[in-house]
Write a protein that binds this ligand. Structure first.
Ligand SMILES: Cc1cc2nc3c(=O)[nH]c(=O)nc-3n(C[C@H](O)[C@H](O)[C@H](O)COP(=O)(O)OP(=O)(O)OC[C@H]3O[C@@H](n4cnc5c(N)ncnc54)[C@H](O)[C@@H]3O)c2cc1C
Length: 422
């Protein structure tokens, strides 16, 4: 059983859609920009998703951009030249293909639910859930494939069911697990909250925490596990340092930026770390003369903005208003115009401009192991805070946690009262 806070399986592999009219919308990959893989397990997984149409190979003009000299270098020239610590933004300079979700990054996640035959249920009190991309056709659902047990192998522990279940929440609403009470001999009793009251969700034989927020009191995804919030697993996960970023979403008239690239890791800029012509990614082509761009800031810039506008005030989380995000967006746009000056004529006016704050875009010091387990509590934790802070790190960690829990459950048969889910 998968419990998700959002209307789609996405997290930071997220995309923003902005409606222009009933039939036209802007779309930005404003979180994860692309997926790479350097390990055989992740590579095999990614290639399989590509074969099945959920990921596409991004064959754009990718490389590095030097903000001081305004020079672009193709990644074929740069690959393998960086130090192990500097392989460019999210390892773009490592050898290997660069992948993106077929139509947007969310497709890479939500399509996987269809692929493995997981039934997506909307919360009972809601109207039937909205389709995430009414205007972009998702690949047709594929019959569950055995090889996919690997991705979410918790499915294997549910022999009675041919598919798992995922509880997500319609767009615009949040439903999150707020508490998990450990009952020895029974398992974990979960409670969820939608803002319209709490609901008890029954017992689960084991628990996989898939976000560092789950153990950070005061954060959106905090799960109250009472004394178990102080178990060794929770303490270690909590200690991982977050590394913030802002992303900028920008819609401009086609050709307003005549840059010789589609996606670059930026060198010698204190503000911008990554720039991408989002529209150049496969499946995002447009015919309305508009181009969507995304820039990701440096950690230093994000830290500076967050120190001006702290995330918490008097212990309360401070959500960012549209006005604030437009203002920060303008600052990033000014920086972008400065470094791309040779490729911009005049002062183009964006038709859409907005920043997005990612307080925990990356993890600065991941734990180093594939996943964390607290087997006595039938609990595991996975995510990019474990092995490495990237989509690949998250994939490997998810597989490891699922396997650890599946192994545990196969050794200790669940008590009759505990539902077989995790
Ligand atoms: C701007 C930006 C650009 C990036 N670019 C790249 C890139 O190009 N390449 C790359 O490899 N990586 C990139 N990353 C990093 C990458 O996106 C992350 O490392 C990866 O997505 C982490 O996946 P995850 O599953 O560990 O966590 P997440 O994606 O954060 O997923 C955690 C999920 O758990 C849910 N959740 C949390 N608490 C609860 C609760 N209580 N109840 C229910 N659900 C809950 C959350 O809503 C979320 O959906 C980027 C990140 C950002 C922000």
């Amino acid at each position: 059983m998968t419990w998700g806070r959002e209307g789609q399986a996405r997290g930071r592999a997220s995309s923003r859609e902005v409606s222009l009219s009933a039939f036209n919308y802007l779309q930005f990959d404003h979180g994860c920009q692309f997926i790479t893989a350097s390990t055989p397990v992740a590579l095999e997984q990614i290639r399989d998703w590509e074969r099945r149409g959920f990921l596409k190979h991004w064959k754009g003009r990718l490389g590095t951009y030097d903000a001081a000299t305004c020079a672009f270098k193709d990644r074929t020239e740069e690959c393998g030249t960086g130090t192990p610590d500097d392989q460019g933004f999210c390892n773009i300079l490592c050898k290997g293909d660069i992948y993106v979700g077929s139509y947007c990054m969310v497709d890479a996640c939500s399509a996987m639910y269809q692929l493995i035959g997981i039934e997506v249920k909307w919360d009972e009190r809601m109207e039937h859930g909205q389709v995430c991309h009414e205007t972009s056709a998702l690949p047709a659902p594929v019959q569950p494939a055995l090889s996919y047990n690997q991705a979410l192998s918790v499915r294997r522990v549910s022999p009675a069911a041919t598919s798992g279940q995922a509880h997500l929440c319609p767009n615009g609403l949040r439903m999150q697990v707020t508490s998990a009470a450990w009952q020895p001999g029974h398992g974990w009793e979960l409670t969820t909250e939608t803002g319209r009251g709490q609901k008890r969700r029954g017992q689960h034989s084991s628990l996989i925490l898939a976000d560092q927020m789950n153990v950070r009191k005061g954060s959106h995804g905090y799960v109250d596990m009472q004394a178990h919030n102080f178990c060794a697993l929770a303490e270690r996960v909590r200690a991982v340092k977050r590394s913030p970023r802002y992303s900028l979403m920008l819609a401009l008239k086609q050709g307003a930026i005549r840059a010789p690239f589609d996606g670059v890791t930026v060198r010698n800029s204190s503000i911008i770390e990554w720039i991408s012509r989002d529209t150049s990614k496969p499946g995002r082509e447009r015919t309305d003369g508009v181009e969507c761009w995304v820039a990701v800031t440096t950690e230093a810039f994000a830290q500076e903005v967050i120190s001006e506008m702290p995330l918490f005030y008097n212990g309360e989380y401070v959500p960012q208003t549209k006005e604030v995000l437009m203002d920060i967006g303008s600052r990033i746009w000014d920086a972008l115009k400065t470094i791309l000056q040779p490729f911009i004529e005049g002062n183009p006016e964006p038709t859409y401009l907005r920043a997005q704050r990612w307080a925990s875009a990356f993890k600065a010091d991941p734990l180093g192991g594939p996943c964390m387990t607290e087997l006595g509590l039938r609990m595991a934790a996975c995510g990019d805070f474990c092995l490495s802070s990237s989509a690949e790190g998250a994939i490997l960690s998810g597989i490891a946690a699922a396997e650890a829990i599946a192994e545990l459950i196969s050794q200790q048969s669940p008590t009759p009262t505990a539902q077989r889910a995790s």
